[in-house]
Design a binder for this molecule. Structure first.
Ligand code: GAP
Length: 513
């Protein structure tokens, strides 16, 4: 099945099974804004718990905060967001649609790459086992021609972006004959910068309202609290501050479901270190964060690093952890060595001294910062994409199963009386009342047992417990495994320790040690 079709199925599965709904659905939704449903919120909370505990519980030098979304407007002047948090935009005069100029050009680059991939795929089919891809790519005339065009465009685009040359970006769009996907025309306006921050006002107009912003990243809430936390927590460098919270960006190209949203959530950690040690810490955090991803068991080939060639003026190293989504490898997390830029800027704009006295070397300095920044929603999407599975069963049946890592699954255990009579519902409730203090359980008695299993498979419940007539006499239940569909008899008294081992967050966190 084409990856595009797989992705469409995942999006509709998310809606059908209560994971993600369009925002304000009964009013036909609101662009790039989504709500999490009854199963989605559990999965999302589990992802957040996994991150929070891996940071705050497993590191004795990392503490958490929860800063407000609204911040003093000068914060965003100091951080550079007022002046430089921009996307280059272009409008098509015929369709009246607005696009990101950089995205239009990147899509054009991707088209050259697709043409090359098609040639390679055709040749592989033709030559079979004897096919030498490297040789084909370096000798086939059509491939070489496309590759040369792709490389020249990439270089021109990189130069224009580095210089933020808006005229050149427009010229590239004209020269490449890029058309508006809606109108099909090349009737483009000039390219101009568009700030991504949402503005609002505090105070009534009569009071002289002042403009403030919805934060576009949570990180600044950490920087402005650096002194508070360091002093009240008696923190010693190196130490970290972690935070999970909402962020807002007025994204123009909002596509691919919850990949790029206008309201989203970030999990960010700023790690404050002694100047000169930052690149060593950067390396360590790169590895630590990849280990966190890989512990979920989706396989090493689902991830790759993308080291940034072009660094922001304040950074001295940056990398993304990319995840293999159905629409290609995409950034899920960024790890940045941000020098002392943010703390120095806040010291300058606030007039406060933001430094650390290091008793070990008897000197004061402005700490350098390594940042790890991951989007909760992108993480959610990557987990959904990798877990969604369609299986062909014996006898021609199919099932859709979400092979979620057990610790992240919204429901850990479904408790199902075989029939709705003979005291089985009562027995099942008795078991539920014991287990519900340990796991998120679901009780279901409607429909055949087969249908109930399918419903649990579709929301990723790792285990189902069936209560049958024998349970009343032998004190055992049938435990069904979601992935293998194997069933075994287990004593009710054994369920808690056995399942703890299999589905708890603790078991997952232990893999990180
Ligand atoms: N403080 C650094 C920072 O905000 P970023 O690369 O702009 O860096 C970090 O964002 C992460 O936040 C990204 O890797 C991504 O997972 C998530 N993110 C950013 N913009 C997003 C959006 N519009 N929708 C969903 N997630 C987003």
């Amino acid at each position: 099945m084409a990856q595009e079709d797989v992705f469409k199925k995942i999006v509709s599965h998310c809606k059908e099974y209560g994971f993600v709904f369009p925002s304000s659905d009964i009013y036909d939704g609101l662009g790039a804004v989504y709500d999490y449903g009854q199963n989605g919120v559990e999965l999302k909370n589990n992802i957040k718990q996994y991150w929070w505990q891996s940071m705050v519980l497993l590191h004795d030098n990392i503490v958490g905060i929860d800063a407000a979304i609204f911040m003093h407007p000068t914060v965003w002047k100091a951080s550079g967001h007022v002046d430089a948090f921009n996307d280059p935009l272009i409008d098509n005069r015929d369709s009246k649609k607005r696009y990101r100029a950089d995205v239009l050009i990147e899509e054009q680059i991707a088209k050259y790459e697709e043409k090359i991939d098609k040639e390679v795929a055709k040749a592989r089919k033709r030559f079979g086992d004897s096919f030498d891809e490297a040789q084909f790519r370096s000798t086939n005339a059509r491939v070489m021609e496309q590759q040369a065009k792709r490389d020249a465009l990439h270089q021109r685009y990189a130069d224009a972006m580095n210089a933020m040359d808006l005229n050149e970006l427009k010229q590239i769009i004209l020269d490449e004959e890029i058309v508006c996907p809606i109108s099909g025309t090349r009737n483009w306006t000039d390219v101009r910068q568009f700030n991504l921050m949402f503005k609002t006002e505090v105070g009534s107009t009569a009071d002289g309202a002042s403009t403030i912003y919805l934060r576009p990243e949570t990180a600044q809430g950490i920087f402005v609290n650096y002194l508070n936390v360091q002093k009240t927590g008696r923190m010693k460098v190196p130490f970290g501050i972690a935070q999970i919270g909402k962020a807002f960006r007025n994204e123009i190209v909002a596509r691919q479901f919850i990949f790029r949203m206008r309201e989203f959530e970030q999990m960010e950690m700023q790690f404050f270190v002694k100047p000169g040690t930052e690149l060593e810490w950067f390396k360590q955090w790169k590895e630590t964060r990849l280990r966190w991803h890989k512990a979920l068991g989706f396989g090493d080939d689902a991830y790759r690093y993308h080291d940034h060639e072009k660094l922001a003026h304040y950074a001295n190293a940056a990398t993304d952890i990319e995840f293999k989504m159905p629409f290609g490898f995409k950034e899920v997390e960024g790890i940045h060595s941000r020098t002392n830029f943010d703390l120095s800027q806040h010291a300058k704009f606030s007039g406060r001294k933001i430094e650390y006295f290091d008793p070990e070397c008897n000197e004061s300095y402005t700490p350098y910062v390594i940042e790890t920044s991951i989007g909760v929603d992108r993480m959610f999407l990557s987990v959904m994409c990798k877990s969604y599975t369609e299986e062909q069963l014996e006898g021609g049946d199919t099932r859709v199963v979400l092979k979620l890592p057990a610790a992240l699954a919204p429901v850990k255990l479904a408790i199902l009386p075989l029939v709705k009579k003979d005291g089985l519902p009562e027995k099942a409730h008795e078991i539920l009342n014991r287990l519900k203090f340990h796991f998120n359980c679901k009780y279901e008695e409607k429909d055949s047992i087969g249908k109930r299993y399918r419903r649990q498979d579709a929301i990723g419940t790792p285990y189902c417990i069936t209560v049958d007539h024998d349970t009343l006499t032998d004190g055992c239940v049938t435990l069904r495994d979601r992935d293998t569909m194997e069933q075994s008899r287990v004593a009710i008294d054994q369920l808690i320790p056995m399942l703890e081992e299999k589905v708890s967050l603790t078991a997952l966190l232990k893999k990180l040690q």
